[in-house]
Design a protein around this ligand. Structure first.
Ligand code: HEM
Length: 406
């Protein structure tokens, strides 16, 4: 039974609630279909528990920004929070979370975020990535593990003062565990675990999940059709300098637009991290009791009609004004919004810019002729990632002088 004045939604079944309304492999299409049927704020029963799904910029801002404190909790009785030891990402809103968040932000800053030293760390890691790519010139390679390792090394250097070789067996296992956990954490077995508490101690696949957790941003290589225009901009701005700096983004509106458009379309964390209400509250005229599970459909905001010039296609113009200057629409929320928004945004942005610019400056990335058409069906977990794919790497014919000397 829905509480009084609760958002509308499909009729639930006993015990299972609305689980049969969602594809357990990838429910994103179902979330969008229900959005069209029930509006920007609707409800679902995940087993016996009611959850509210928030869609579109207007409702998202009312919840996450205007009523930030009411919506900043994290549910405590679900699979991912039982799997991890709370820490910060899954900690409920309160003094302990606040202290962890403050400490983490301060530590990131002390270790150089927003300063030259973090740039140097990222640029240093890119040298290893380039060396590995150079060994594969002309060959076909599957780059996903390489990019995972590069991103993981940057945060490992901040946290542990060390990096791992790309073929190091320890880090390969850790990254693999993270990928598997992410699939299990948002997958069908986790949903059943959350919905039907009595099955929690049975020997089912959620028992296999490892305890490794961290955040590894997905890197999206720019599409080949756009790379030449990016490369012209990179060559013009960097001229003879030996490396890019993060400040160069101010003179590279097209590059910035491409990176942001990749992030918009890739939609890497489509349902954010679940929130819950910290007190009885209202949203778009509906009443939500304290403790209601909140699911942010970030996908709905990143593709919302009326917020983007071309919501349904890949088009860097979504981030360019008529003068060709970079602009960021308010619907660009891949890191969420409000007090729980991604703490790593600054680092992720710096990595995306420096890695993309440095690699595009030196290499040409080609879809192999014999690879067939790309399969864009995403692999669904906490993050959406591409299916394993192959690409070819070539050195660019027209190099900036500093690179042709090496
Ligand atoms: C492109 C890369 C990334 C994306 C798209 C992303 C996205 C997100 C999203 C959507 C959330 C949930 C926000 C919410 O609950 O409202 C989140 C939380 C978080 N992210 Fe990221 N993230 C990225 C990279 C990173 C990196 C590199 C770090 C670490 C330095 C990081 C650390 C965190 C933390 C600690 C939280 C939890 C914050 C809290 O609960 O207060 N993220 N991220």
């Amino acid at each position: 039974q829905r509480p009084k004045n609760f958002p509308p939604g499909p009729a639930p079944l006993p015990i299972l609630g609305n689980l049969l309304n969602l594809s357990l492999d990838n429910p994103m299409k179902d979330f969008d279909r229900l959005w069209k049927s029930y509006g920007n704020v609707y409800s679902l029963f995940l087993g016996p528990k009611p959850a509210v799904v928030i869609n579109g910029v207007q409702a998202m801002k009312e919840a996450m920004v205007t009523k930030a404190a009411d919506f900043a909790g994290r549910p405590q009785d679900i699979f991912v929070s039982d799997l991890t030891q709370r820490g910060m990402v899954l900690a409920d809103y309160g003094a302990s979370w606040r202290e962890h968040r403050r400490f983490a932000l301060m530590t990131l800053r002390n270790f150089g975020l927003g300063k030259q030293s973090m740039e140097q760390r990222i640029l240093g890691e890119i040298q290893y990535t380039m060396e590995t790519l150079e060994k594969s010139i002309g060959a076909t390679l599957g780059p996903q593990v390489l990019f995972h390792n590069a991103a993981s090394n940057i945060i490992c250097q901040v946290l542990f003062g060390t990096r791992y070789d790309y073929d190091d067996s320890f880090i390969q296992v850790v990254v693999q565990c993270f990928k598997e956990n992410s699939k299990i954490a948002n997958g069908p077995w986790a949903m059943l675990y959350d919905s039907i508490p009595m099955i929690r101690n049975l020997p089912l696949p959620f028992m296999k999940a490892d305890l490794f957790n961290g955040f590894i941003p997905s890197l999206c290589p720019s599409l080949s059709l756009l790379s030449e225009r990016c490369q012209q901009e990179i060559d013009r701005v960097l001229a003879k300098r030996d490396h890019a700096s993060y400040d160069d983004r101010r003179n590279m509106p097209y590059m910035q637009a491409v990176i942001h458009e990749v992030q918009r379309v890739a939609n890497t964390v489509p349902l954010s991290v679940y929130h819950c209400t910290t007190s009885d509250t209202q949203l778009m005229g509906y009443s939500l009791p304290r403790g209601t599970l909140i699911i942010q459909n970030l996908n709905s905001v990143l593709n919302e009609e009326g917020q983007w010039k071309s919501p349904r296609e890949f088009n860097p113009d979504n981030f360019l004004n008529d003068q060709g200057e970079f602009v960021k629409p308010e619907a660009f929320m891949p890191f969420s919004a409000g007090p729980r928004m991604c703490l790593g945004e600054g680092l992720a942005r710096m990595e995306l810019f420096l890695i993309t610019v440095t690699l595009l400056r030196r290499f040409k990335f080609i879809w192999p002729e014999d690879a067939g058409r790309p399969d864009y069906t995403p692999v669904y977990g906490v993050t959406l990632s591409p299916k394993p794919y192959c690409m070819k790497v070539q050195l660019r014919a027209k190099q900036s002088p500093i690179f042709s000397e090496t």
